[in-house]
Design a protein around this ligand. Structure first.
Ligand SMILES: Cc1ncc(COP(=O)(O)O)c(C=O)c1O
Length: 415
């Protein structure tokens, strides 16, 4: 497999190119990958993950020297993907025990980990405490006492706590509203919990945030709540965690992000908030455009202008909220000007991947298709329809590694 990098990036992704009439991913001919691994398969690009981490890190550290990033592993919790993040010295954010176990297995430093969420069963809390996971985010004030009770079993240890603030979006339900009553309750609970230390607040607004207003509303919420906590109970907030929600790395220019962060900084200065650390938890930004699915057209129905693929919502679920891009690997030079529908392989009329997508007019059964932007939330939200798993391949800087074989009887997350 030749490794030649071409400068013509397709749709801004510099790792997806056409080279000598062939589609290539980080210099690897996609047809050769299909020959070796067949379809359906997922391919992830290590260098793109590294690039994305560097990009977001550069933006944040240029505006906030005191900032720290945590990859939201629920976006893609394959151990090999998290290992790439680890090697970049980036932090990680987890919501459940399986992720914590993966971090432990790959020796991720728990000093750089934020755990927490709306569902904190005792076994998860116990492992958080046993492994001294640095930060714990609480979504429900009643969970705080449970944390204290578990800590007491493990001796002297102080746990840093962040409180998730409920977003003001009309759909916002997760987290705490810091009204007078809850502020009093917060103080009272912390007085009863000598092993807990209040460190800061988290406000996460949603995913694929593209408008500057979404970011500014989130920042405003964080600032207002930090001020409220200071005024009402006299605590200093040292960590302002803005959560995730950034779009794919390639669709967000560095300049755009820096402008948003600078506006945030101005607001902080206006409000005399200057001794803080900024935390951020990107998921999609880190992995969204690093993942590709390789598929075959199992049937093309010209009457309905519909292509059925050998992968569907079982592995590319609607919940992932990605803008999928389709390329005909077999006819890469044909102009994509015929609107067709892509269906998956689940025996249900609901398994629609996209409708009226402009594609190559001569598409036929047996063509190979590449689907871009499936790096985030595809595997996480996947449903276990009784078909074999896809193969999963990681293109590292100097080798191609099969992370998961289609022939393996195991779930892709347990290997
Ligand atoms: C608290 C929190 N942080 C980070 C993320 C990651 O979001 P995204 O992948 O959109 O960056 C989520 C996603 O739901 C979240 O709830």
């Amino acid at each position: 497999m030749s490794k030649k990098i071409n400068k013509n990036a397709l749709y801004g992704n510099k790792f997806l190119n056409i080279d000598e009439s062939e589609l290539v991913l980080d210099g690897i001919n996609v047809k050769n990958l299909i020959e070796k691994y067949n379809t359906p398969s997922f391919v992830f690009l290590q260098k793109k993950i590294e690039d994305n981490i560097k990009k977001i890190n550069d933006c944040f550290s240029s505006v906030f020297p005191n900032s720290q990033g945590f990859y939201s592993t629920k976006a893609n919790y394959l151990p090999e993907i998290i290992s790439v993040v680890k090697n970049q010295n980036f932090g990680s954010e987890i919501v459940g025990l399986p992720e914590l176990k993966i971090l432990k297995k790959i020796e991720f430093s728990f000093e750089k980990v934020i755990a927490g969420g709306p569902y904190l069963p005792n076994d998860f809390l116990t492992e958080i405490i046993k492994n001294q996971v640095k930060y714990l985010v609480i979504y429900d004030l009643d969970d705080i006492i449970r944390v204290q009770e578990i800590i007491q079993k493990f001796g002297e240890y102080k746990q840093d706590i962040l409180i998730r603030i409920q977003s003001q979006k009309y759909t916002g339900r997760l987290g705490v509203v810091l009204n007078e009553l809850n502020l009093k309750k917060l103080k009272k609970i912390f007085d009863m919990c000598p092993n807990l230390q209040y460190r800061g607040i988290l406000a996460h607004r949603g995913t694929q945030l593209n408008s500057i207003d979404d970011y500014m509303d989130n920042f405003q919420l964080i600032i207002e709540n930090a001020i409220k906590i200071k005024k009402s109970i006299g605590w200093d907030t040292s960590i302002l965690n803005i959560g995730g929600g950034f779009p794919n790395a390639d669709s967000f220019k560095k300049k755009q992000l820096i402008t948003i962060l600078e506006k945030f900084k101005e607001k902080l200065i206006e409000n005399n908030l200057d001794s803080y650390s900024i935390f951020y938890e990107p998921g999609r930004f880190i992995v969204g455009d690093t993942g590709f699915a390789l598929a075959s057209v199992i049937k093309y129905d010209p009457t309905h202008k519909t292509a059925f693929l050998d992968i569907g919502n079982n592995y590319i679920p609607k919940f992932m909220k990605s803008s999928l891009r389709f390329y005909n690997i077999s006819k890469i030079f044909e102009a994509p000007n015929k609107p067709i529908d892509f269906m998956g392989n689940i025996p249900s009329d609901q398994d629609i991947l996209v409708k009226n997508y402009n594609f190559t007019p001569s598409i036929q059964t047996g063509d190979y298709i590449l689907i871009a932007n499936v790096g985030a939330y595809a595997l996480s939200w996947s449903i276990r329809f009784p078909y074999p798993n896809p193969s999963i391949i990681l293109i590292e800087s100097d080798q191609i590694k099969e992370i998961h074989s289609r022939n393996s009887p195991n779930d892709f997350s347990i290997h």
